[in-house]
Write a protein that binds this ligand. Structure first.
Ligand code: NAD
Ligand code: UDP
Length: 392
């Protein structure tokens, strides 16, 4: 049966250029595009480990519809010379500068104030490229652009803290509230905000057709890395991979500053449905910024740890650690300059109205399938590393 969009019009096969296709979100999006649509993907990234299963062997049903191009967008002009590729949309997924300047997040981020910083100029390069070549742009931003909620500044016992007006995050109304400059955590959010503003201005002034996605803690298989197994031992990935690593090693889960911050987690497969709707319904998605999250899956980080401990015990058949969690200060865990978002509940009005999208997977179910994957993928490798005698 021919694919139709939300207005009943047939969907023509597209040729999509995806920058950062080899990452967590990119790999799931490529998988979806290959298995369920007729679209073609030019997958651009410096790595392809997470999409290797889609690239070979040649007998795959979608062979020829996805090609990988090893390319560093920072200093590779091939994208600019690629008008002959006849691509549209261009999806920009490449990760932003690290969030803070510590051992925790790989390389230090220094140049947010300079528009000549490599991250800014290569991101703005993609924006200019789309604007000048009349390509549609789907840009991945972050829910971190909201920063802290207004409610975070109210007294702890204020009844207004319970009023959604003080904490629900709305694309077209909520302010972006960051901490002071020495809280370098906010450099990432600030850089992402700068690009959102640039894209918005290109749309308003030069007619760029754009869609901005604000992911709210998308999680699932292939997210980040397990330190010392498929990433640096000293690296600190996002919370799902940190807690998975602790569980796989039988260690206590580390709760930063008591694990009181709240997050809403959405299953990657639900979120990818939303992105596909954006790709295939340009008339409904262009000119919009979309929150993509699951407001029903809210927990504190401490509750997340408790649920993950239960789920992991179920899927691995192993007993929970005797000391399941320990508290650790953010300074100890991330170093100087850390600060936290207190609460992140996405308002769903715009995405509901434009695309009729709703997330479906509960937190328990998404953790069950994700931790089953983590156990299957990493448990043996971790056992081997733990069994190795330490060189004296
Ligand atoms: P990821 O790190 O898994 O994927 C990003 C990919 O971009 C990586 O494969 C990386 O190799 C590639 N990349 C980085 N620099 C590049 C360069 N110079 N040239 C070519 N490729 C480059 O991250 P993800 O979780 O898939 O996130 C994708 C996007 O979504 C990012 O922009 C991120 O900021 C945003 N985001 C994601 C989440 C989430 O919940 N996963 C939350 C907020 C924002
Ligand atoms: N966190 C934690 N222990 C860890 C890793 C993260 O308590 O081992 C906390 C972190 O301080 C934050 C939340 O978990 O409050 C989510 O962190 P993540 O890095 O996943 O991304 P964020 O939602 O802050 O963008």
């Amino acid at each position: 049966m021919a694919r139709v969009d939300l207005d009943g019009n047939p969907i023509k096969p597209l040729t999509i250029c995806m920058i950062g296709a080899g990452g967590f979100i990119g790999s799931h999006l490529c998988e979806k595009l290959m298995s369920e649509t007729p679209h073609t993907v030019f997958a651009l990234d410096v790595y392809n480990d997470k999409i290797k299963h889609l690239l070979e062997p040649d007998s795959l049903p979608w062979a020829g519809r996805i090609t990988f191009h090893r390319l560093n967008i920072k200093h590779d002009s091939r994208i600019k010379d690629s008008s002959r590729w006849q691509i549209s949309p261009l999806i920009s997924l490449r990760f932003a500068p690290p969030r803070i300047t510590t051992r925790a997040r790989s390389t230090p981020f220094t140049a947010i104030s300079s528009t000549r910083s490599p991250w800014y100029s290569s991101s703005s390069g993609s924006v200019k490229y789309c604007s000048e070549n009349n390509k549609r742009l789907i840009h991945f931003s972050t829910c971190e652009v909201y920063g802290k909620t207004i409610g975070a500044f109210l007294p702890k016992d204020s009844p207004l803290r319970k009023d959604p007006a003080y904490y629900i995050l709305k694309e077209d109304e909520s302010p972006c509230i960051f901490g002071s400059i020495e809280k370098q955590r906010w450099s990432y959010a600030c850089a992402k905000q700068l690009i959102e503003r640039l894209i918005y201005a290109e749309g308003a002034e030069n007619g760029l057709e754009f869609t901005i996605v604000r992911p709210f803690n998308w999680i699932g298989p292939r997210m980040d890395f397990i330190p010392g197994i498929d990433g640096p031992s000293e690296g600190v990935p996002r919370v799902l991979a940190c807690f998975s690593n602790n569980l796989l090693r039988g260690e206590p889960l580390k709760l930063v500053d008591g694990g009181q911050s709240q997050r809403t987690f959405v299953y990657i497969k639900d979120a990818i449905e939303a992105v596909l709707l954006m790709i295939e319904n340009p008339a409904r998605a262009n000119g919009h910024i979309f929150n993509v999250g699951n407001p029903n899956n809210e927990v504190t980080v401490r509750q997340l740890a408790e649920i993950m401990i239960q789920v992991y015990s179920k899927v691995s058949g192993e007993k929970s650690p005797e000391t399941p969690t320990i508290d650790v200060s953010s300074k100890e865990f991330y170093g100087e300059g850390y600060d936290d978002s207190d609460k992140r509940i996405p308002d769903m009005t715009i995405i509901n109205r434009q695309l009729g999208w709703n997330p479906e997977t509960s937190l328990w179910d998404l953790l069950e399938s994700t931790l089953t994957y983590q156990h299957r993928t990493y448990a043996e490798a971790i056992k081997k590393v733990i069994a190795k005698p330490i060189a004296s």
